[in-house]
Design a protein around this ligand. Structure first.
Ligand code: FES
Length: 111
């Protein structure tokens, strides 16, 4: 039997390690998950396409909550890394991933 495959427009990872949790990343993760579900952006919803995963330390512990996103865009792998992520920023990133539009520059770092 083949497992179901859900097409994905972007994969968000929210750090759940100690320093980010001390800055509320567990609440951020739950709030984003609830919003992806309610707004039908989550990959398992009809028309949804965004994945969300708890991650271990993403290496920017003093700047959390840290979130990153990966997606395929224009034939290449694109990544976005975000420091001091709050709910509004996470949802802008999620919506951009879903819509295939530019990722926000606010609080973005890295490549
Ligand atoms: S604890 Fe979140 S980046 Fe290290």
């Amino acid at each position: 039997m083949t497992p179901p495959y859900f097409k994905t427009s972007g994969h968000l990872l929210v750090c759940q390690h100690v320093n980010c949790k001390a800055r509320g990343s567990d609440l951020l993760y739950k709030a984003v998950w609830n919003a992806l579900d309610a707004r039908k952006l989550a990959y398992f919803k009809t028309g949804g396409s965004v994945r969300l995963t708890e991650s271990g330390c993403l290496g920017a512990c003093s700047y959390g909550p840290v979130m990153c996103v990966y997606r395929q865009r224009e034939g290449r792998l694109e990544e976005g890394w975000y420091a001091a992520t709050d709910f509004p920023l996470a949802m802008v990133v999620a919506q951009a991933a879903h819509d295939g539009t530019d990722l926000p520059e606010d609080r973005k770092y890295g490549p």
